[in-house]
Design a protein around this ligand. Structure first.
Ligand SMILES: [Fe+2]
Ligand SMILES: [Fe+2]
Length: 164
């Protein structure tokens, strides 16, 4: 049976995963509003995945004879200044989730909860993937931004050209 400390920590993690889902759904709505359906799709899929993460932990608690206790989910932001800003926030958010998964794993080691260790290893690998994907999108958006800056510089240079 799952220990009380581990059960409480897992219930907190369910809340974090559901908040992630809510945040990404809000980002999807922001992209829809800005007529960027591809980015909206990316965030919708992410939102679904985060709910699945919550359910994995939910089921794990139940399988181990524990009690699931859902908490209030904070309201996510609804406005951002740019696509890059959203992507950077996703990357930073995933970093925070990774830290909380690692803290859970440390607790599982301390409590000698072997089933929790096995279950959490899946999340540790998943976070490597999530952080990599977010970093790639941030890098691509930065390249686009650099390109736009270069185009503006060329535009400025061309504006100086005089007819002969
Ligand atoms: Fe997650
Ligand atoms: Fe995630």
């Amino acid at each position: 049976m799952i220990g009380k400390t581990m059960q409480d920590a897992m219930n907190d993690q369910i809340n974090k995963e559901l908040f992630s889902s809510y945040l990404y759904l809000s980002m999807a709505a922001y992209f829809e509003d800005r007529n960027l359906p591809g980015f909206a799709n990316w965030m919708r899929v992410q939102a679904d995945e985060e709910r699945e993460h919550a359910m994995k932990i939910y089921d794990f608690i139940l399988e181990r004879g524990g009690k699931v206790a859902l908490k209030a989910i904070d309201a996510p932001k609804t406005e951002w200044n740019s696509t890059l800003e959203v992507a950077e926030e996703v990357a930073a958010h995933e970093g925070k989730v990774t830290a909380s998964i690692h803290a859970l794993y440390e607790l599982a080691l301390k409590e000698k909860d072997y089933p929790a260790q096995v279950m959490l290893q899946w999340f540790i690998s998943e976070q490597v993937e999530e952080e990599k994907n977010a970093a790639e999108i941030v890098a691509s958006l930065k390249m686009i931004e650099a390109h736009e800056t270069a185009v503006l510089q060329l535009d400025h240079r061309l504006s100086k050209r005089k007819g002969e």
